[in-house]
Design a protein around this ligand. Structure first.
Ligand code: NAP
Length: 258
């Protein structure tokens, strides 16, 4: 029995799409189950999909995601609202599909609770210059000064990372990318400055003496703390499984972005 849940953006358009899909699936013996779904349908945009992933982060092994966009087509979304009937039909008829896996990042602040991110982990400080010592696989790499750092996944390379002039990473490459956020480069201080794409088993640590005003962001989730000493990050064993019923190439996704 297929159990599904819907995570919808809080606007009328998305709400209407949600009602239609829920009704059609229930008419076809799908069971709405918010707690233990096997299929999560996100309706809204890429941001809504991120929200849905965080909502079900403890069920990553049991859940597959399908995303419908109610605006212009996004990066994680495969259907527009004009294609809802096609999406419903694909689900109901259990059309043959591919599963696209996207690994999550995991990060700990001061060695405590693990947080996950599909796009990126960021340390951001817009109040004062943030100084961070960066260690890669426990080896000191460099000290950076500026507004912070962004460590993104392949999936997140088209999100915040892209605004930082980081590289767009092709689908299927399992890497992480480290970018400075408004890094300071002058006669007294300089750092790599370029995006650094690293292999998937690297472990990255950000160490700071003073985190006054800093936020640590895991996609849209943010934690403010003046007592951050170290943030350790790596690619997680957990990954998000996307159902791909139809061909929608990476290049098309990319072109639809701008
Ligand atoms: P949000 O409003 O949910 O998202 C901000 C924008 O980023 C939206 O246009 C969203 O698309 C798009 N987006 C999200 N993930 C993407 C991806 N993997 N590829 C391409 N576009 C993507 O913002 P939020 O709740 O603050 O944060 C969620 C994410 O937004 C973060 O993980 C971050 O990557 C991104 N963000 C980017 C910037 C920036 O580029 N300067 C600033 C803040 C946040 P939809 O419109 O389809 O939802």
């Amino acid at each position: 029995m297929q159990k599904f849940a819907i995570v919808s953006k809080k606007d009328e358009k998305s709400h209407n799409v949600e009602s239609k899909i829920r009704q059609k699936l229930e008419e076809n013996n799908f069971v709405y189950d918010k707690t233990t779904p096997n299929l999560v349908i996100s309706i809204g945009g890429d941001g809504t999909l991120l929200y849905a992933v965080h909502l079900y982060k403890d069920r990553m092994n049991d859940v597959k995601f399908l995303a419908i966009h109610t605006g212009t087509l996004g990066f994680f979304t495969d259907y527009t609202e004009e294609e809802i009937d096609e999406a419903i039909n694909d689900i109901i008829t259990n059309k043959e599909y591919e599963v696209f896996e996207s690994r999550l990042l995991e990060g700990r602040i001061n060695g405590e609770e693990i947080f996950y991110a599909l796009n990126e982990i960021r340390i951001e400080n817009i109040c004062k210059t943030q100084i961070l010592d960066i260690y890669i696989d426990k080896e000191f790499f460099e000290t950076v000064k500026g507004n912070g750092m962004c460590l993104s996944t392949q999936a997140g390379s088209t999100a915040y990372n892209r605004s930082l002039k980081g590289a767009v990473i092709d689908s299927g490459l399992e890497v992480m990318q480290l970018c400075e956020i408004a890094g300071i480069q002058n006669a007294k201080h300089s750092s790599l400055g370029n995006p650094y794409i690293m292999k998937s088993d690297r472990k990255v640590s950000f160490v700071c003496d003073d985190s006054t005003g800093a936020y640590v962001c895991f996609d849209h989730i943010y934690i403010k703390s003046d007592d951050i000493k170290v943030i350790t990050c790596k690619l997680s064993e957990k990954s998000v499984s996307f159902i791909r019923f139809k061909k929608y190439s990476y290049l098309d996704r990319l072109r639809n972005l701008y």
